[in-house]
Design a protein. Structure first.
Lengths: 326, 742
């Protein structure tokens, strides 16, 4: 009888846990507010009849702005695709629109790469017309409903495996790291938590909706964590809050992994940034897969696996952390 | 028992009341004296004035410092609290975040507990984004929420502004003035969607801003205000104390700086009191030394002037010997010395025996030369330290110190021997001159100088009476009739002056031309104690000898002016005789006349002063400026007894007189002596040429009058025309009577 009772309790607990997990997974993701994006091109030209593709088609690479993070990816893609790639920078204004309009009219241009949110939103419109779009360098893509059968993306966050590995090597005693984000990044966090656990690190995640809340939660969380992983979620970050978070971290000896090398000088321990070549390679891969069939196959987002890691030696020295170039 | 006790209490109370009244009286007296002293407005001290100026500036500066301290401190506190308020806004902005992100209100309880540690926070209110509803609020113990508080539309508009880098902050001061409220919006910010890829700390991030609520904080700085007040009061007290100390030190410094100037005060005071033996320090600071040098120069000039005046006042202008007044002082000093030291001294009274003869025979100039020669002779003969004076006319006196009768006799003999050898050369003749010497030896301080003079005078009269060219010692047993007589004259004249019993008579002058004035000569008489009167010749010598003539003259002038002012007839002119002593008085004749005229309101043209020809000529240099000065204010002068032999026509050219009274010796024998006629005519013609009028006195008869009229005489006078009349006649003798005679 007691053994039955123990089995019953055990089964009940397992079922409860599974039920909770299921509910969490089934929890509807926040529906982003409809965003009206002003068309860059007023009248989308009608495409001519699409012919069967025998060779990889030319690719239009739309670049939102002329910033290094976009341009480096665009240049890497162009290097991979050679003459097939045509880069159009939307920062060129009317000239870019005319150029894009001319390209769209040509039937051989069926694949587009969008770098940055502005380009992704523009490309989404094209994707609705049988063209294939792969976007990259876009955070919070769900807020803009960028995913579709012919539109898929590449993650904007670097891979966390290397980050946690490096961090753990430097700080073997690191056991708990906090991460505070806006809503909708649960899969990213889950993947990261999985990677962290491989190094014995527990990731404590809080979801907030404002920058103030982020700071507040961080201060609440601070006594329970040894470090903070500051994700580049623009919705809950502001310049002042970043500085205050970093200032608080320094004052309280919290190790912080940041998303930009620029923030290292505020007291960040290490920064993890994406590698343009990896992004370009994954984009090219998805375009090749799309060439083989209709639409862009596979997951909505392909996460990055690698990343560039930079360490603030001064902070590392202050925390008595050992760092060696590997 | 009880009654005794009550009586004691009453006595005690009465004594206390008296004491209080006495104290109050003294206090009142003291205050009155103080007020009186202040009202006298004594000259202020330069040091005090500088010190006062310094204090005024210091007080103004102190007040400015205190005011600035107060105002500045208040502003600093306000500014500090505003900045502190801004800090609290930021802090409370963060602390209030959960209020806008969850429904968990318990967290605010922790915030309230936290706020209780800061008593300067009087209230904290979190409003919703529209500012209409407070979603949480905290009020300090004892504080209550403002009823019906709401933001104005304008405030809300300002608080909803999300542009710019800084939030709007509204400051509102409450009625209590030590509490103010700061309101600020609660912002949330987010970096733009694709802004993370080019995130830079150096550039302002492109962010979106949203107002999620409004925070209102009340800060009470009354406690700081009170601390400020007490500190400012303490500081003010210290500043005032420093000012007092600075004033005291300033006073010492000013005194020290002005000490050279203050040191001038003592010599200047001595100088102001007439002391000229003063030496002012002329070293030290440049400015003070300059003042000292100038003062010393001034003092030297004063000394020289004093010396000149003293010499003029004490010496005879003709002979250079000391005069009678100064000699009298010296005699009094000698009497005092004898009183202190004992011993005896002698006074010599020397009278030239033939001086009148010399004067009449060889003229006035020869007489003067004789006087000068005799003076030099006496100065050479007398011992050093002895004094020789010209006592008047041909009289000399000598004070011989520390001699007895025998020594005095030797000196007298030597003087007589000296004169035996002396010859006065004049007009080719060698004239022998002798002295009559009266000597008195005095050894008692109980005597007066006047008595000494009387004794010597008596002795000289005795010497003259015994045949001249001899000396005679005064003997106390020789209080002869002469001495008594002279002494009697002195007393009688003094009594007459004291009683103002001089008698004035008036004798009119007859005008011989059509534009003649109504002139009366004032004639002096002296009551003899019976019903008779004495002529001036009876008492003038004594009056002159005793120096009483000036007083006689002034009394005559005053009585004459009184009578003149009482006359109903206006335009009467009085002619009054003056003696030489009137010109020698220290108190100026001019000032006396001016005051008299102002007192009685008469015209200065109504008075003519007659001066004897001999006096006018002998003392011309001395009296000329006085006559000119008195003439300048309208009085007129006449030379009496003109033509008696002293004056010349050359003298007339420079004489400041207006009228010539021709000597009676020329008038009385006019018809009989052709030389007199020529002389009178010449005098009249010369006078007319010089614009002076002429008066013929002692006209004896009608024929003489007719002759004088022919000569052009302006006025005639004499008993033949009208006798002198006493002032009992309230009006002067009538001209009609006089004219009818013509």
């Amino acid at each position: 009888m007691p053994s039955r009772l123990v089995v019953f309790i055990y089964v009940s607990v397992v079922l409860s846990v599974l039920s909770a997990c299921t509910k969490k997974e089934l929890k509807p993701e926040p529906v982003p507010a409809p965003v009206v994006v002003a068309p860059v091109i007023e009248n989308i030209p009608v495409r001519k009849e699409v012919k069967l593709r025998k060779a990889p088609p030319p690719v239009v690479i739309l670049v939102s702005r002329d910033i290094p993070a976009y341009q480096q990816v665009a240049e890497e893609l162009k290097r991979l695709m050679k003459k097939r790639a045509t880069i159009v920078s939307l920062s060129a204004g009317i000239k870019a629109r005319k150029q894009l309009s001319a390209l769209i009219k040509k039937p051989e241009y069926q694949q587009f790469v969008a770098i940055g949110l502005t380009a992704a939103k523009e490309a989404k419109r094209l994707a609705g017309r049988e063209d294939e779009v792969v976007f990259c360098q876009v955070f919070n893509y769900r807020d803009y409903n960028l995913i579709g059968p012919r539109a898929k993306g590449i993650g904007a966050l670097p891979g966390t495996s290397e980050m946690f590995a490096t961090w753990s090597r430097m700080s073997p005693t690191l056991k708990s790291v906090g991460v505070i984000t806006g809503p909708g990044l649960e899969n990213v966090i889950a993947a990261a938590a999985s990677e962290a656990s491989k190094h014995g690190i527990v990731l404590q995640h809080k979801v907030v909706s404002t920058d103030k809340e982020l700071l507040f939660e961080y201060k609440q969380m601070a006594p329970n964590v040894q470090g903070l992983w500051l994700l580049p979620d623009n919705r809950v970050l502001s310049g002042r809050i970043i500085k205050e978070v970093m200032s608080f971290s320094v004052r309280n000896a919290k190790q912080v992994a940041v998303f930009s090398e620029a923030i290292l000088r505020l007291g960040g321990l290490l920064s993890v940034t994406t590698r343009p070549d990896e992004i370009a390679a994954k984009v090219a891969q998805r375009l090749r897969e799309a060439f083989k069939g209709k639409g862009v196959p596979g997951q909505d987002m392909v996460l990055l696996e690698g990343g560039n890691i930079a360490v603030n030696r001064i902070v590392a020295k202050r925390y008595n952390l050992k760092y060696s170039e590997k | 028992m009880l009654r005794e006790w009550l009586n004691k209490v009453r006595q005690l109370r009465s004594a206390m009341v008296r004491r209080v009244e006495l104290f109050a009286g003294r206090l009142w007296l003291l205050m009155s004296i103080r007020v009186g002293q202040v009202s006298e407005r004594a000259p202020t001290s330069l040091a005090n004035r500088i010190l006062m100026l310094q204090i005024v500036w210091a007080v103004i500066f102190g007040l400015l410092v205190i005011g600035s301290l107060w105002w500045g401190s208040t502003k600093v506190i306000e500014g500090s609290f505003q900045r502190q308020g801004e800090g609290w806004i930021n802090k409370l902005d963060e602390l209030g975040t959960p209020l806008y992100t969850s429904d968990d209100k318990e967290y605010f309880t922790e915030t309230v507990d936290y706020l209780k540690n800061f008593p300067e926070i009087s209230s904290v209110q979190y409003f919703n984004e529209s500012g209409t509803t407070a979603i949480a609020e905290y009020h300090r113990d004892g504080e209550v929420a403002e009823p019906d508080f709401h933001f104005s539309e304008q405030e809300l508009q300002q608080l909803q502004i999300t542009t710019g880098d800084t939030k709007a902050q509204l400051f509102r001061t409450s009625d209590s003035a030590s509490v103010f409220h700061i309101s600020a919006p609660i912002w949330i910010k987010a970096i733009r969607s694709d802004g993370m890829f080019d995130f830079s700390l150096d550039e302002a991030a492109d962010e979106t801003v949203q107002v999620i609520g409004i925070l209102r904080v009340g800060l009470d700085y009354s406690r700081y205000q009170k601390d400020l007040e007490s500190n400012v009061m303490l500081g003010s007290g210290l500043i005032m104390l420093l000012l007092v100390m600075a004033a005291y030190i300033g006073r010492l410094l000013i005194r020290w700086s002005l000490r050279p100037l203050l040191q001038l005060e003592e010599p200047l005071n001595r100088l102001a009191q007439g002391e000229t033996d003063v030496e002012v320090e002329s070293s030290g600071d440049r400015e003070i030394a300059q003042i000292g040098r100038v003062l010393n120069t001034t003092i030297s000039a004063l000394k020289e002037r004093d010396e000149t005046l003293r010499r003029m006042a004490n010496h005879d202008s003709l002979t250079g010997l000391i005069n009678r007044n100064y000699f009298t002082e010296k005699v009094e000093l000698e009497l005092q010395r004898i009183g202190r030291e004992g011993g005896s001294s002698a006074l010599f009274f020397l009278d030239l025996d033939r001086f009148k003869f010399i004067n009449d025979t060889y003229g006035h100039a020869a007489g003067d030369r004789l006087l000068v020669a005799i003076s030099n002779l006496l100065k050479q003969r007398m011992r050093e330290g002895d004094l020789v004076a010209r006592f008047g006319g041909d009289e000399f006196t000598a004070l011989v110190h520390r001699v007895d009768r025998n020594q005095a006799k030797e000196i007298a003999n030597s003087l007589l021997n000296l004169m035996q050898e002396f010859k006065f050369h004049e007009a080719g003749e060698a004239l022998r001159i002798f002295f009559s010497i009266g000597i008195t030896v005095f050894d008692s301080a109980l005597q007066t100088a006047h008595e000494i003079f009387l004794q010597a005078d008596t002795a000289v009269h005795e010497a003259k009476g015994r045949g001249r060219n001899r000396y005679h010692f005064y003997e106390s047993s020789e209080d002869t009739i002469v001495a008594v007589r002279d002494h009697g004259w002195h007393d009688r004249i003094n009594k007459m002056l004291e009683e103002r019993s001089l008698l004035l008579y008036y004798q009119p002058l007859m005008g011989l031309s059509d534009n003649s004035e109504h002139i009366c000569e004032v004639l002096l008489r002296m009551p003899d104690g019976t019903h008779e009167v004495l002529l001036p010749s009876a008492f003038f010598p004594a009056a002159e000898r005793f120096g009483l003539m000036a007083e006689v003259d002034r009394q005559v002038i005053r009585k004459a002016v009184e009578w003149l002012a009482s006359l109903s007839e206006k335009g009467v002119v009085l002619s009054i005789n003056l003696s030489l002593q009137s010109f020698e008085q220290e108190e100026g004749l001019e000032q006396y006349l001016v005051e008299l005229v102002e007192e009685f309101g008469i015209n200065t043209q109504q008075l003519i002063f007659e001066l004897d020809e001999s006096v006018a000529v002998r003392n011309g240099e001395k009296i000329r400026p006085i006559i000119e000065s008195i003439s300048a204010i309208g009085f007129r002068f006449a030379i009496d007894n003109f033509g008696a032999g002293y004056a010349s026509f050359d003298y007339l050219k420079h004489s400041p007189v207006n009228c010539l009274n021709i000597d009676h010796t020329l008038i009385e024998g006019l018809l009989q002596d052709p030389l007199n006629q020529i002389t009178v005519r010449a005098i009249v013609e010369a006078a007319q040429l010089l614009g002076k009028q002429t008066v013929a006195k002692f006209v004896p008869d009608e024929l003489t009058l007719q002759q004088l009229r022919k000569f052009g005489i302006d006025y005639a006078q004499g008993n033949f025309l009208c006798e002198a009349l006493p002032t009992e006649h309230k009006e002067p003798p009538k001209l009609t009577l006089v004219k009818s005679l013509s």
